[in-house]
Design a protein around this ligand. Structure first.
Ligand code: GLC
Length: 554
């Protein structure tokens, strides 16, 4: 097999300022009408990314999987699930992307496999103390009959993090650890066999020509050796808390050795292949450790995603993010939405400072859609003017809101069941996206089928209703990405400018950026030329509330 070659760029550049577009394969484009997006569907629509102005694609998992967690439960790391196509479809996708000048990053899920992985079946069959069990985290239970879990860790999706197995003789046996769903047993990264296997998996995809990996739960692989109990249920095992002692299951120093090892594997390949950490780690300085020069290239900046919509909060997070990554010589990244969080067009419509809800459904307080979209557009224009690399999530270029009235019976995120229906979960940001207002499934596929129901308001957000329409969210993104590239904003440097309290303003190269978080309209600086704006100026040519402008100033 000859690997697909990436587009040519100057060395040391592409990922430092890349705009990387996340495709969630289930929900991007369905080629065969079964209601599930697929790889041929993606390939046929890659032109969209070029038109938009993205540099690269990150594909969420498409590997064989029982889909207990939408494919983040991998049963075979070296193939494609028939739901999404075949390996040949992946090769065709990669070749087409490269032909179009797009890089392709795939998702790697090393913290856990699926319980349908042959290794897990072998572990169950082989019994306690076997080398097969040593690939996972099996322990005897506590209590006289071993019927209490080995410790009190909780699953990120709700409920306990341990499940008891039935041994070959039919008796209740050991427990295995799963920080996520019971269908996602955690692998044991102290085991050299696990390490060797993943090096080989990296090579499998690198040999095919991928440009890198987004590493799922990068902060979770290594657990504190004693599996010490954890008594902070109010800050569950999500790694998002910054106060108090560090949880024994997240952000252990031992993870870094793994990424140094992987870096060497990647560096052995021609071109620039990258590693991106999905690590819910705070503060920014601890996150920066993942992107030291001999480790990963990038880490998602979730602190930025979580920051409140206010001038002081945004100023603080941007400053801190830049300083932390500068200290290790890595580019900063920016992200506002992905497949795990409430879409930012809805999130920002909640009262400022509301903690991010884990899903919204019928009967829950609903965000303000108008304010949400207005702030989302302003936030996006602010983000795309920042130096570094930016991640976009499919559909945000259409201004898509969260689907907040999904019927509960259609929910598939394991969070909904595992929390006993306390948390609605992430389905609302995963709904198949609308391409055409008047087509079946809004152009997602050739039929009406859609694995999650699409809301009627999808018609007004459809791509064909926005393309070529001045002022549409889609055209706002396109112009921003074109200017960002032409003016080299991603490779620039940020200088803060003096501004009133509720206004943020900075310079990046030739561009002055101003966001008005306050209620009073703000006049443009004298002689400023308006390059781009997230919304119309007021009748007196001033910047109204929740609007970002890009200016050229004398
Ligand atoms: C990551 C993924 C999320 C998944 C979890 C477990 O956080 O982004 O979708 O559920 O890992 O693999």
């Amino acid at each position: 097999m000859s690997p697909s070659a990436p587009p040519a760029t100057a060395p040391g550049t592409w990922w430092q300022d890349a705009v990387i577009y996340q495709i969630y394969p289930r929900s991007f484009a369905d080629s065969d009408g079964d209601g599930m997006g697929d790889l041929p569907g993606i390939t046929a629509r890659l032109d969209h990314l070029v038109e938009l102005g993205a540099d690269a694609v990150w594909l969420s998992p498409f590997y064989p999987s029982p889909q207990a967690d939408a494919g983040y439960d991998v049963a075979d790391y070296r193939d494609v699930d028939p739901l999404f196509g075949r390996l040949a479809d992946f090769d065709a996708l990669l070749a087409r992307a490269h032909e179009l000048g797009l890089r392709v990053i795939v998702d790697l899920v090393p913290n856990h496999s699926s319980s349908a992985h042959p290794w897990f079946a072998a572990a169950l069959a082989a019994g306690p103390g076997s080398p097969e069990r040593a690939r996972y985290v099996f322990r005897d239970g506590r209590g006289p009959d071993g019927d209490e879990p080995p410790n009190g860790w909780r699953s990120v999706f709700g409920g306990g993090a341990w499940t008891r197995v039935t041994e070959a003789d039919g008796r209740p046996g050991q427990w295995y650890l799963h920080l996520f769903d019971a269908g996602q047993p955690d692998l044991n990264w102290d085991n050299p066999e696990v390490r060797a296997e993943f090096r080989d998996i990296l090579r499998f995809w690198l040999d095919r020509g991928v440009d890198g990996f987004r590493v799922d739960v990068a902060h979770g692989l290594v657990k504190q050796a004693d599996l010490a109990d954890w008594h902070y249920p109010e800050e569950p095992v999500s790694g998002e808390g910054t106060e108090g002692p560090r949880p024994p299951m997240w952000d252990q120093d031992g993870v870094h050795e793994i990424y140094r090892d992987w870096r060497q594997v990647l560096d052995g390949y021609p071109g620039e292949r990258i590693l991106v950490a999905e690590a819910w780690v705070q503060p920014a300085e601890r996150l920066a450790a993942y992107v030291r020069p001999d480790e990963m290239h990038q880490a998602f900046n979730f602190e930025y995603l979580e920051a409140a919509w206010s001038a002081p909060a945004q100023y603080a997070v941007i400053t801190r993010s830049l300083a932390a990554t500068d200290a290790v010589g890595a580019p900063t990244t920016w992200v506002l939405s992905n497949h795990d969080v409430l879409r930012h067009a809805s999130r920002l419509g909640l009262p400022v400072g509301t903690p991010r809800p884990r899903g919204i459904g019928i009967g829950d307080p609903q965000p303000d859609a108008v304010i949400g979209l207005r702030r989302a557009r302003a936030a996006t224009l602010l983000m795309l003017a920042l130096p570094g690399s930016a991640y976009l999530y499919q559909g945000e270029e259409l201004g898509l809101p969260e689907h907040m009235t999904l019927p509960d019976e259609s929910r598939q995120d394991p969070t909904w069941q595992r929390t006993g229906h306390a948390e609605r979960g992430r389905d609302g940001c995963r709904v198949p996206i609308p391409w055409q207002a008047d087509a079946p499934s809004y152009g997602f596929g050739p039929t009406d089928a859609s694995w999650l129901p699409q809301p009627e308001l999808w018609a007004e957000y459809a791509l064909d209703r926005q393309r070529g329409v001045p002022g549409s969210t889609y055209e706002m993104y396109r112009t921003a990405l074109r200017l960002r590239r032409d003016l080299r904003l991603g490779a620039g440097t940020l200088f803060w400018l003096e501004s009133p309290d509720e206004v943020l303003s900075f310079r990046n190269g030739e561009v002055t950026v101003l966001t008005n978080f306050g209620e009073a309209p703000v006049p443009l600086p004298d002689g400023a030329e308006l390059l781009h704006a997230s919304g119309p100026l007021d009748g007196d040519g001033r910047v109204p509330t929740d609007v970002t402008v890009w200016l050229r100033t004398p």
